[in-house]
Design a protein around this ligand. Structure first.
Ligand code: ADE
Ligand code: ZN
Length: 343
């Protein structure tokens, strides 16, 4: 007997890893107002709708201004734990099985929130993530590239007592004018301490910053990296070395890195043999979580099931998981595809 066709509402998201996700970028307006009230913080917006109306960005800096301003509501360990729980609940619905989560300690320590409050609050939620949400997790501590190299070094030293909670260091915030080479020393120190390294590069900044992230910082992955497509030699290198690129399509459109999702270079990147993954970046601000990004590129770029499967597999291949867990998740993608064929 033929089975009934799956209804559009029965969409079963592909199992996937999310490798480019700023936890502070998951702060939804509802939670922002709840935390503001809990902490006695006054937001410069009367209502959630008024706040949402501010989510119209002209470039990366216009987003960062609001992103840092809203962080004023994050003050206690409970706040950071609640933020992470809210993300994990959304991520589970989106088929995320593994999440490597960025946080920006300097954005909190600058407001007088100790780094231990941030890390321990996040870690408290992540410690329950496997059991509660079926999601394995890692933490990636990012340095703000528009702050000084000395501030990054100071932040790294303040984080030393918490390094058992941290898998990698990253580099984010305003890219243009703040090249990776500015952070050579802190990345060397992180590598010496056994941490993995990633960096945002080639989002708004030039392809030259991707070269620097590879050659000066020795990164294991490039975050965004879409502007690599302007440099043929760089594309050849990234493909030959299978350096993962954590691409964020909805972010690219909202921050005007790309005019229209239909013009996104994702298909050309895949055709060039790059190890591309699809991620949400700051989903509360950019209109979609992990699977929303998969669905958006499927629809705008006409990607077929095989390509979506490749993107899901790439996400696990590009992760910092141990080999046994990676293999288990890859088998889940196989099983998902086999199930989809029978529907
Ligand atoms: N911090 C949060 N989101 C970011 C992005 N898309 N680029 C650089 N820094 C960020
Ligand atoms: Zn990012």
């Amino acid at each position: 007997m033929a089975s009934a066709p799956a209804s559009p509402s029965a969409h079963r998201p592909l199992p996937k890893a999310e490798l480019h996700l700023h936890i502070e970028g998951t702060l939804e307006p509802g939670l922002a107002f709840a935390l503001a009230e809990r902490n006695g913080v006054t937001l410069p917006y009367a209502t959630e709708d008024a706040l949402r109306r501010a989510y119209s960005f002209t470039d990366l800096q216009s987003f960062l201004d609001l992103y840092y301003a809203l962080m004023a509501v994050l003050r206690t360990e409970d706040d950071f734990a609640d933020l992470a729980h809210a993300y994990l609940a959304r991520a589970k619905e989106q088929g995320v099985r593994h999440a490597e989560i960025f946080f920006d300690p300097q954005a909190h320590t600058a407001r007088g929130v100790p780094i231990g409050t941030v890390v321990e609050g996040l870690a408290r939620a992540l410690d329950t993530a496997e059991q509660t949400y079926g999601i394995s997790t890692r933490l990636i501590m990012c340095f703000l590239r528009d702050q000084s190299a000395a501030s990054a070094l100071e932040t790294f030293e303040a984080a030393r007592p918490h390094l058992d909670r941290i898998t990698a260091v990253g580099l984010d915030s305003a890219e243009v004018g703040n090249p990776p080479s500015k952070f050579r020393e802190v990345f060397a120190r992180a590598r010496e301490a056994g941490l993995k390294c990633v960096a945002h590069a080639g989002e708004e900044g030039p392809a030259a910053y991707v070269w620097e992230a590879l050659d000066v910082l020795g990164v294991d992955r490039i975050d965004h990296g879409v502007r690599c497509m302007e440099d043929e030699r760089l594309v050849a290198r990234l493909a030959a070395e299978q350096v993962p690129l954590t691409v964020c399509p909805l972010s690219n459109v909202r921050l005007r890195v790309i005019d229209d999702l239909a013009d996104h270079p994702l298909p050309e990147m895949l055709d060039a043999g790059l190890l591309v993954t699809v991620n949400s970046d700051d989903p509360a601000y950019f209109g979609g979580y992990a699977d929303d990004n998969f669905t958006a590129v499927r629809d705008a770029l006409g990607l077929g099931a095989e390509t979506l499967g490749t993107l899901a597999r790439n996400s696990f291949r590009a992760s910092f998981l141990d080999e046994a867990t990676r293999a288990r998740y890859l088998a889940e993608v196989d099983a998902h595809e086999a199930g989809a064929q029978q529907e």
